[in-house]
Design a protein around this ligand. Structure first.
Ligand SMILES: Cc1ncc(COP(=O)(O)O)c(C=O)c1O
Length: 474
């Protein structure tokens, strides 16, 4: 096995290294019709193994989005760094199961240490603790499950013996979360999975800077309570997906404390600002949140998916997952047996995410992470200035992190033309030099870039504006 592995690994690593080295010369993406692409990949799996995988690997690279091209400024997906790719290979090789301590000893120990380290980066107090899980979507559900459990426990305690209230008040469709319209769609999905039903997410308005404010939360909580709903949590966002906005967490923490409601911060995108000395103030107040989600596969430059779910009071996080499995877990689960992660999160078998995270952090160092995050946020601000100075573009909102939303407003039809932004984007993508995304803000289409690649420069962004102008002239 080992010599087979060495030979095959050399071949593949050489091929990947070639791909990385010429990433900027290759198209960012060649978007083909989905049916045609599916037809181009027939399931021709022979009885005998394929001797040479290289042609298939080359075709897969051709048909993939090239995250490593510095003009790939589309989604919030990283161009993983060398240490994180190598850590990924080690983790796949060791392949420990992680459900119980015995099935993943080193990764369980590291999961505790790495989550506490991340919590400390956010300034969360002693006693903060967390778990790693596969993605922000699952992470937000994990945090909200804990919030719901606590909310129901409070309800039961409040009504015990006194025989007051109606047990139907604890039914799932009497529960809800409060979130802004800019919260990630996975919050709505989490509410649906928890059975909150229609009205399970009570929307709070955002201010002119697209932020959720305390006043809007108070109003939404009152609206929910008037409608007979118990508010399980308020969901704030640090680094909103559509706009990059950061909600004012200090203000929201005070509001939630007064209302007696759990504050969850979806910082999947923005939590890595904590690694930047220049930008960590964007997160002021996050240490007061009851729970936080932090995606390492975004601004910590790791391959998908590595998410930390952090709880200010680690002990309240276990309740949703207190399930028995005699063949796997010993009796006397957490918090005493904190190291059996299978009874602390949704997943049973899970990748050794902590090993990946620990090795990547150690091999990168905090200064380099600071430089990367700060550099991307700085560049987004510079791009915002360039857009604001251009007479044929308009900035939707001042960039707060590495996400910038803007519109082309030049030309005859100008912004009156509803499909203009989408048409320009499509034409630019078809050119193969850039990949950018779109969004809708205040009911108007906008172009959107996310600066994830560490090598994207101001020159590239100037070229992007020129490409959009050329597309508009066609
Ligand atoms: C703010 C926010 N929350 C949650 C998610 C979902 O995370 P994931 O794609 O890891 O499931 C995203 C994804 O971009 C996000 O930006």
């Amino acid at each position: 096995m080992s010599s087979d592995f060495r030979t095959a690994a050399h071949t593949l690593v050489d091929q990947i290294a070639d791909f990385l080295e010429c990433a900027d010369e290759r198209p960012v993406v060649t978007l083909r019709d989905p049916e045609a692409l599916a037809a181009a990949w027939p399931m021709e799996i022979a009885a005998e193994p394929l001797a040479d995988l290289a042609p298939l690997v080359a075709r897969i690279c051709d048909d993939a989005v090239n995250q490593h091209n510095r003009r790939c400024v589309g989604h919030q997906v990283s161009a993983p760094t060398t240490p994180s790719l190598l850590a990924d290979l080690l983790v796949a090789t060791l392949n420990n199961g992680m459900a119980s301590y015995e099935s993943g000893p080193v990764s369980s120990a590291l999961e505790r240490n790495v989550t506490r380290w991340l919590a400390a980066r956010l300034g969360m107090p002693e006693g903060a603790d967390g778990v790693l899980t596969s993605g922000g979507t699952l992470g937000n559900l994990t945090a909200l499950l804990a919030a719901r459990q606590l909310c129901l426990a409070d309800f039961t305690n409040a009504n015990q013996g006194a025989n007051q209230g109606d047990s139907r008040d604890a039914a799932s469709d009497k529960l809800c979360v409060v979130a802004s319209e800019h919260a990630h769609y996975c919050v709505e999905r989490a509410a649906a999975v928890m059975g909150f039903g229609d009205g399970g997410v009570v929307r709070a308005a955002v201010d002119a800077e697209l932020r959720l404010r305390g006043e809007a939360v108070r109003e939404a909580v009152a609206r929910a309570r008037d409608a007979g709903r118990r508010v399980v949590a308020v969901v704030a966002t640090a680094g909103a997906s559509p706009s990059g906005a950061f909600d004012p967490l200090e203000e929201l923490a005070s509001t939630c404390a007064k209302l007696g409601v759990w504050l969850h911060v979806d910082a999947a995108h923005g939590a890595s600002a904590a690694m930047s000395r220049r930008y960590r103030s964007l997160l002021a107040g996050i240490e007061r949140a009851d729970s936080v989600v932090w995606d390492a596969h975004k601004l910590l430059s790791m391959p998908a998916l590595v998410t930390a779910v952090l709880f200010r009071r680690g002990d309240v996080s276990y309740a949703p997952f207190a399930h028995d499995a005699d063949y796997l877990f010993e009796p006397g689960g957490p918090p005493a047996r904190w190291y059996d992660y299978g009874v602390r999160n949704m997943e049973c078998t899970k990748r050794m995410l902590s090993v990946q995270l620990y090795l990547t952090l150690a091999a990168t160092g905090t200064d380099a992470i600071d430089a990367y995050v700060t550099g991307r946020f700085d560049l987004a601000r510079r791009f915002g200035e360039l857009i604001a100075q251009a007479s044929d573009f308009e900035l939707v909102a001042a960039p707060r992190c590495n996400i910038v939303c803007f519109r082309y407003s030049g030309g005859d039809g100008g912004d009156e033309d509803a499909g203009l932004q989408d048409r320009l984007r499509r034409r630019v993508i078809e050119g193969g030099r850039f990949y950018l995304t779109r969004t809708t803000i205040a009911k108007r289409a906008a172009l959107r870039v996310t600066l994830m690649n560490p090598r994207t420069t101001e020159r590239d962004l100037i070229e992007l504006l020129d490409s959009l102008r050329t597309a508009a002239a066609r």
